[in-house]
Design a protein around this ligand. Structure first.
Ligand code: MN
Length: 233
């Protein structure tokens, strides 16, 4: 007998895949903290090579490129963070660095939208970052390009422009922890599976946005992520 629901279940968030009619159903969203030395510095920290670390966003925070997102409530300092997103495509638990690439389905351009004032207030009190990071419409993403169609990561530029003014401009080779290193490390703590996304951190140049701003993030070889900031919610 089918279990009846008290109210309709939320639909599974879906991400488009470049050159593919079928969508990628999203399960979880992991995010890496301070994964570019220059961004760590602008936030007042030295980067360390001890181990990567993470926070998460709910899967229903996902917004697909092309949308307008509301300026979110309870913030006066809403920031963009342009990031490379890893899309997991095979189960991965305790995978070695050498085996980690086999678990990667593809890559995408993403924006880790952040209520910076709330994040910093939480950080200063040693509280969780949820109010600053894990809120509605905070994970913006473009179509996933399969890894098989992506050249080896490294020299690609990662850039973000606000209203055509370039704010972030770095290379994927500037990542402190590479995509395989992140997948291998994260798989020690979670049974990663298809549908898991990993936002890999942002380069220097983060900053505030205002209603009406248009953000465009690019990584060479991937579909660009574009989002418009709407009126306050
Ligand atoms: Mn980030």
């Amino acid at each position: 007998m089918t279990t009846q629901l008290l109210f309709p279940a939320e639909p599974t968030p879906l991400a488009p895949v470049a050159g593919e009619a079928r969508a990628y159903p999203v399960h979880r969203i992991f995010c890496v903290g301070r994964n570019y030395a220059d961004h760590a510095k602008e936030m007042g920290f030295e980067v360390d090579r001890e181990a990567p670390w993470y926070f998460t966003k709910p899967a229903n925070a996902l917004v697909i490129s092309g949308a307008t997102i509301a300026y979110p409530p309870e913030t006066n300092n809403f920031h963009y963070e342009m990031e490379l997103v890893i899309a997991i495509g095979a189960p991965a638990f305790r995978v070695s660095l050498a085996d980690a690439p086999k678990a990667i389905f593809g890559y995408a351009c993403g924006l880790d939208m952040t209520r910076r004032d709330l994040q910093i207030a939480a950080r200063e009190k040693s509280r969780p970052w949820d109010l600053g990071k894990a809120f509605e419409q905070s994970a913006v993403m473009a179509a996933i390009t399969p890894a098989a169609q992506t050249p080896a990561l490294g020299p690609q530029r990662i850039r973000l422009a606000v209203n055509d003014a370039v704010k972030q401009d770095a290379r994927l080779s500037d990542l402190v922890w590479s995509a395989p290193e992140i997948v291998s490390h994260l798989s020690r703590f979670y049974h990663l599976k298809p549908g898991d996304l990993i936002f890999t951190g942002t380069p220097a140049g983060v900053g505030p946005v205002r209603p009406g701003d248009v953000l465009r993030g690019e990584i060479d070889g991937l579909a660009p992520v574009v989002v418009t900031i709407g009126a306050p919610d």
